[in-house]
Design a protein around this ligand. Sequence first.
Ligand SMILES: [Zn+2]
Length: 254
Amino acid sequence: MKVMADVKCHLRELETQVAGLNPPSNPVNLGNTGLLSLDPSPDKLPLYYQLLDCYTWMEKVHCYSTIMHSLFSGNNLKRSSISLPYSAKRRRPASLNHNVPQQQVDMLIQGVNQMFQDMTLNISRPFGNNAVVQVTLGRVLRAVVTFKGILIEWVVVRAYNEPLLDEDGKVDLYTPSQYKVFQKVTDNANAAMLNFCSPGFSDLSIRSFFTWLHSFVSLFTDVCKRCSNHLHNHMPPTWREFRTLDPVHEECKA
Ligand SMILES: [Zn+2]
């Protein structure tokens, strides 16, 4: 008898809970595929559940890709113009930064060349369409700026007296400087390149980058804006603020 009473009690509990449930607000409309669940043949039965799993999975993919898209579009270091298929229909790709006519890059570099008396830029194309710009800044440093289309891909900064060419007589794009100070300036130049990069305004970003690089003409004579010393840990101020171009030591940055 006690068992029966227990069962009754549980049943009542279940009934009240079921009554309290909200009906699903948006029943998924599966169209004709809903009929699959009614198919009596046993080999077809699992199909319906697989289909439901598939829909859930697709829903998740869609949800994740929406989140990812908003993250990517908020990231201003983005250097390529990827757009979701549905937005590609509405607007043309904003700018094809990787495939621009050589003349456009040449003219831009020529313009930068005329901005500063003590900085000379030599453009060459040893590897096909993409430009390599050799920069000589006063008698302080030389830099190699590798372009991809109209975006800067890589920067190496070396001392004025270090060789620009490798053993094969080609422009050396990668070998780092043997001096710690220019290795640091190389790191900072690549950070600046990423900071100034904005695919929609490539002209402005290139000019801003070279203006920033030009401020190293007084690398060994500047005093740090923060501590007012020339040297800190035997290093001159190897950092330049992006907006003000103020010289700052690596350790005084933060
Ligand atoms: Zn300092």
